[in-house]
Design a protein around this ligand. Structure first.
Ligand SMILES: *Cc1c(COP(=O)(O)O)cnc(C)c1O
Length: 428
């Protein structure tokens, strides 16, 4: 009778205890039951006492019913594609929660009739980019390019420079994406140098449009040349600029990064960009242009397959209209503030081998390649890297010269205490 294995509490009894009834409301019965089964087995194996089953289950339950885990991004890469690119602002998260139920995304509450989908979001984007006559939003920038190719260049040629045949990531390449829309590519110039005459000679009756692609994740230096947008106007064919990063207007700290408003002013007929890079919003493809062209894109049959959901529209509007986004805050934070925060954290964690060090952060695949952002980090013994990744929330740092660096560039000041706690939990 003293054998604990004979005292394993019954599943129904455990699930009926108030804390776990509460947990089932939040997570659903299956997830909680799975944790109970694991805890029961630990009792049978003699690892925990029968009385500890509920506490064990509570400790093992995931924070939400989704398997995606929250990460503190201490890599120093602000727009980190593998970590979900831009983190949403609290204002955008509120907007998502509000739009999550039934919402007026496509309904006019005044008249009681159908309305244009995402009207408020489109208005916010049009106001933010004064040179844009109209805006259309699709799933991502790749979808924006696909829709453009389908509408303007199916069975025709897209003229673009050999220096701008970009691979976006994960093996996806813009040229192949464009060809999948039934367009032919007319590559002009060379890898390092392309001039206006190269474009002029290639443009003809079979041209669908001219495409300028911003090299957002690499840099070509040395003997290079590429015409500006302004030099490519006047050929009588649409000029499309894929600016990549999604800056709506110029950012003083990133002078070489193109922005939608300037590109339109320079003469582009259509500008495409991502919503979750420097704009700091949700994944989306933004298309800015004159009203006639945007209407054609909106009416293309494929537009329906590429459209965004109400959650994206809500988050996007709040990111544009609301307070400064986390990405923008991370770009604009002063290196002195970062150094001060790193010093304070390292002093508190000195017992674990922490010290404050200078660091170099970057925007990431989302833009401004090769632009160093001075930063500060907490340096820890290397073994912390793996331990921190396993924690809740997970912390992802950077391993450099056999040390684990926690760069503060993409960590908000509010998250410093969480970072401190995460390190302490690893050490215990
Ligand atoms: C990131 C990027 C893309 C792809 O954008 P997604 O929003 O990830 O689809 C396309 N073009 C350029 C220049 C980019 O930088």
């Amino acid at each position: 009778m003293t054998d604990p294995r004979r005292l394993v509490p019954r599943t129904d009894t455990v699930l009926a205890c108030p804390e776990l009834v509460q947990a089932q409301r939040r997570l659903g019965r299956d997830l909680v039951k799975a944790a109970v089964v694991v805890a029961q087995q630990r009792v049978r194996d003699g690892q925990i006492a029968p009385d500890d089953v509920v506490a064990q289950v509570l400790a093992a339950l995931p924070p939400t019913a989704s398997s995606s885990r929250r990460v503190l991004n201490a890599t120093g890469i602000i727009v980190h594609t593998n970590l979900g690119r831009a983190p949403l602002s609290p204002a955008a998260l509120d907007a998502v929660a509000e739009a999550g139920g039934y919402t007026d995304v496509e309904f006019d509450l005044t008249t009681g009739h159908r309305a244009r989908r995402g009207e408020g979001t489109l208005a916010a984007l049009t106001e933010a980019v004064p040179a844009a006559g109209a805006v259309h939003v699709v799933n991502n920038n790749a979808a924006a390019l696909l829709l453009t190719a389908l509408e303007l260049a199916q069975g025709k040629e897209i003229v673009l420079s050999r220096g701008e045949l970009v691979e976006i990531g994960d093996g996806f390449r813009i040229p192949e994406l464009l060809m999948s829309a039934g367009a032919r590519l007319r590559e002009v110039g060379t890898t390092n140098r392309t001039n206006v005459r190269d474009y002029a000679e290639a443009i003809g009756p079979g041209t669908g449009f001219v495409l300028k692609v911003h090299p957002s994740n690499f840099r070509v230096t040395g003997f290079t040349a590429a015409p500006d947008i302004a030099e490519l106007t006047g050929f009588g064919v649409p000029l499309v600029a894929d600016i990549g990063s999604g800056l709506l207007t110029a950012h003083p700290a990133l002078p070489d990064e193109p922005d939608a408003d300037s590109a339109l002013r320079a003469g582009a007929n259509l500008v495409t960009a991502s919503g979750d890079k420097l704009l700091g919003g949700p994944q989306a493809g933004l298309m800015f242009g004159d009203a006639g062209l945007i209407e054609r894109l909106r009416r293309n049959p494929a537009a329906r397959a590429l459209r965004v959901d109400k959650l994206t529209l809500a988050a996007l509007e709040a990111s544009v209209r609301g307070p400064v986004t986390p990405v923008r805050a991370a770009l604009d934070v002063s290196p002195d503030d970062l150094a001060e925060r790193a010093a304070k954290l390292a002093a508190g964690l000195a017992g674990f081998g922490a010290r404050a060090v200078e660091s170099v952060a970057e925007v990431g695949g989302g833009g401004a390649p090769g632009v160093p952002l001075p930063s500060a980090a907490v340096s820890l013994p290397r073994r912390f890297a793996e331990l921190l990744r396993a924690g809740t929330p997970a912390v992802v740092g950077r391993v450099e010269r056999d040390r684990c660096l926690l760069d503060l560039r993409a960590i908000t000041p509010e998250q410093d205490a969480e970072l401190d706690q995460a390190v302490r939990r690893c050490a215990s």
